[in-house]
Design a protein. Structure first.
Length: 113
């Protein structure tokens, strides 16, 4: 049996608002009375994904500190955990980025893609 084009399964459209870039670096995360050093997987000007077996709960307010490269300045910002998967990690949406942090992120993403 031959499938017509209209019957083919179409991939889910990526609904992300911002382009992401791969970034594997340590990030210090503080939330719910805990301070953990975790590892990022990717980043955008809107947020980041952090790998961790015991992520913070969804809706937790977090404070983050990280570098985009070993020689880059330390960036600090706040965010909110938008999804959390035990044993995998969490998606964090940035909140109120300082302009210099937003510019550093945009430059990093533009150069990575």
């Amino acid at each position: 049996m031959e499938l017509e084009n209209s019957e083919l399964i179409k991939p889910e459209i990526d609904k992300r608002k911002y382009r992401r870039a791969k970034l594997i670096t340590q990030v210090k995360c503080e939330a719910v009375g805990r301070e953990n050093v975790m590892v990022t997987r990717d980043i955008s000007v809107g947020g980041m994904f952090v790998n961790d077996r015991d992520p913070f709960p969804t809706h937790s307010a977090v404070t983050l500190q990280f570098r985009l490269s070993p020689t880059a300045p330390l960036l600090s910002c706040g965010g909110t955990v938008v999804y959390s998967i035990r044993g995998v990690g969490m998606g964090i949406k940035f909140a109120e980025l300082a302009e210099e942090v937003r510019q550093a992120l945009q430059k990093f993403i533009d150069e990575a893609n």
